[in-house]
Design a protein around this ligand. Structure first.
Ligand SMILES: [Mg+2]
Length: 363
């Protein structure tokens, strides 16, 4: 049985992209990447990096240094208890400065060469696989290979899709959302499978609507020829960078369900996107509600002031003076002077109390 895979772009998908990475020290994982890879592994996917590295053709980095860069990437992931199954890269570019790499290549995204090569070498089922990246060339390669696609639209690197750019099946703001989208897709597929089992007369059409929505005619960002240079064999070197790994952790039943549902899945992309948007809105409203509660608490404490405290104390003393004056009035040896003195104190203190309240109000 073929494996399913997540094809991952490298720069601005797994690691920070400062422009061209020319040394291992420049490799820094993006936030949330190790956790996301662990979760994708647990869902039963092989993790395969497919990356255009025109820096090799431009003479910015050699393949040897590129290998060290990828070893550093794997080491950083290993420190977080996760790993990649394989790394494929394309060193070619038609405008390269290094003659050896100056050529068109079927491996170079948006061409699907790296994905097709990985599928052949690793026995991958492309129909069950996903292609994830932050550029239209990633999406183009994924669609041409027959995968489902997710465009990571980083808020810090937001880019406008051009009219001719291939449209992804889904959009995410980071790799964490990528995991959520894939989980949601698997869940809805399992539910579809369950419904199909309970209603056998209703046969779901074997679907590949999402892929069909983006026809081959949709031009990728960079128009390159479809010819595959015979001399191109970069993947074999990339393969040496990554060891073979253990089978992913996932139950047989879930895997079977996930695979079967892939064939019957027919949920429209727009509906899923709407559900994701609703979830996002609910989270946003909860966040706003929490913020408002915090602000109310802050305001409550903010009303406290020394002047209000003093005014309150004086008010108590006023009440005490009034009680004394009443006591003088009803006492057997009534003394009017004492009553007037107590009432006078009460009036003066009451005025002071009011003054403090007014001063507090104007603060
Ligand atoms: Mg990228």
């Amino acid at each position: 049985m073929s494996d399913k895979a997540i094809f991952l772009d490298r720069d601005d998908t797994l690691i920070e992209d400062p422009g061209y990475i020319s040394s291992p020290e420049q490799v820094n994982l993006l936030t949330g990447v190790p956790r996301a890879l662990i979760e994708l592994k647990a869902l039963g996917y092989k993790l395969v990096v497919v990356t255009n590295q025109s820096a090799v053709a431009r003479g910015i980095v050699t393949e040897k240094v590129l290998g060290e860069i990828h070893k550093r990437l794997e080491r950083l992931l290993a420190e977080k208890n996760t790993f990649l199954d394989r790394i494929y890269y394309c060193p070619y570019h038609p405008d390269g400065a290094v003659k050896k790499y100056r050529q068109e290549s079927e491996l170079r995204k948006p061409n699907p060469g790296m994905l097709l090569k990985a599928a052949e070498e690793m026995d991958l089922d492309l129909d069950q696989s996903w292609c994830v990246g932050n550029s239209s060339s990633d999406i183009g390669a994924g669609l041409r290979a027959g995968c489902k696609t997710i465009l990571i639209d980083l808020p810090s690197r937001r880019q406008q899709l051009k009219p001719n750019d291939p449209r992804p099946d889904y959009k995410a703001i980071n790799i964490k959302e990528v995991v959520n989208i894939i989980k949601k897709h698997l869940r809805s597929s399992i539910e579809t499978e369950t419904e199909t089992k309970t209603e056998p007369e209703v046969q779901a059409e074997p679907v590949k609507q999402e892929t069909e929505k983006v026809p081959e005619a949709t031009a990728p960002v960079e128009q390159e020829t479809e010819q595959i240079p015979e001399a191109v064999e970069p993947a074999s070197q990339a393969a040496e960078l990554t060891p073979e790994v253990a089978e992913p952790v996932i139950s047989t039943e879930e895997q079977q369900l996930g695979q079967t549902l892939e064939e019957t899945q027919a949920e429209p992309t727009e509906q899923v996107e709407q559900e994701i948007a609703v979830e996002g809105t609910e989270q946003l409203l909860k966040s706003i509600n929490t913020q408002l509660k915090n602000m109310q608490r802050t305001d409550m404490f903010g009303e406290f002031s020394i002047m209000r405290l003093i005014a309150g104390i004086i008010q108590i003393i006023v009440l005490f003076c009034l009680l004394i004056s009443i006591w003088f009035l009803i006492s057997p040896d009534r003394q009017d002077n004492s009553v007037f003195i107590a009432l006078g104190f009460a009036m003066v203190l009451q005025l002071m109390s009011l003054t403090f309240y007014i001063m507090h109000g104007r603060k």
